[in-house]
Structure formats: C-alpha cells, structure tokens
Design a protein around this ligand. Structure first.
Ligand SMILES: [Zn+2]
Ligand SMILES: [Zn+2]
Length: 136
C-alpha cells in the first residue's frame, strides 16, 4: 500500500483578500518570545511547511523583524498570517487562519523565558526556555 499523500490545508486572512494552501503542515508550537508577543498581541501559535509546498495568493505585507526573518500580514485587514526566516526552507503559518486544522496537534512551548507575566502555561505540554537545540 502506498504511503498516504500529505494533507493539504487551506486558509485565509480575516477579510479573505489573502488565501493560501499548505501541503504537509507540521504540528503546532507556541512561541512566547517578545517579538511574537508584540506581533500577535499575545503569544504566537505556528506550524511549518516547506516553502515549495505553500502557495499564497493576494497581497501580503512582509515586515522585516530581524536580519533574516519577516512576518507576513494581510495588506488589507492586517491579519497576522506567516513568519519566515530567509535562511530556512520552511515557512510558518499561524493556524488561527486555517479553514480546518484536522490532524494537527499542539506540541509545546518555546521561549517561555520571555513569556508575559500575566499568564501561566498550564497545558502540560513540553516547555523550553528558548528554542531547543534539538530542533522542533
Ligand atoms: Zn485580509
Ligand atoms: Zn517568537
């Protein structure tokens, strides 16, 4: 029996001007770093796919947030949609914009050393002070 094809997920921003498809999304991680907290208003949930497996339509505004990384928003409604590091072959997608998240699981928390002091992380998932050496 052939291996199952990776699932393709679709999503859109709040106003619908940006739409995307992503094949083979990986599971969801939460990032509590100060940058993600500023850009999203709380902490960021993100799941990754290979850039070649993501198709984006519509007008995305990319904002440089460090030397190599950019955050992507809908140019019309400003929904936070994507994050990418230009040294990596993946792109991160914020799962709140997915039409259907069936099959995706939440895996853990990174950069909890920078989390806001107004909340606790109590879901029992693994927590890392920064980005784990072993990768995620
Ligand atoms: Zn929009
Ligand atoms: Zn972050």
């Amino acid at each position: 029996m052939a291996a199952a094809e990776p699932k393709t997920y679709s999503g859109k921003c709040y106003c619908g001007a940006v739409r995307f498809d992503a094949r083979g999304l990986k599971d969801i991680w939460y990032c509590h770093c100060t940058q993600c907290r500023s850009l999203t208003g709380h902490y960021m949930a993100a799941c990754r796919a290979l850039r070649d497996d993501v198709r984006i339509g519509g007008d995305v505004k990319w904002i440089a947030v460090s030397e190599n990384s950019e955050h992507g928003f809908c140019a019309a409604c400003c929904s936070p949609l994507f994050w990418r590091n230009n040294t990596r072959d993946t792109i991160s997608i914020l799962p709140g914009n997915l039409d259907n998240t069936g099959g995706l699981k939440t895996k853990g928390h990174v950069y909890v050393s920078e989390k806001g002091d107004y909340y606790e992380v109590t879901d029992g998932l693994p927590q890392f002070e920064a980005f784990p050496e072993s990768g995620i």
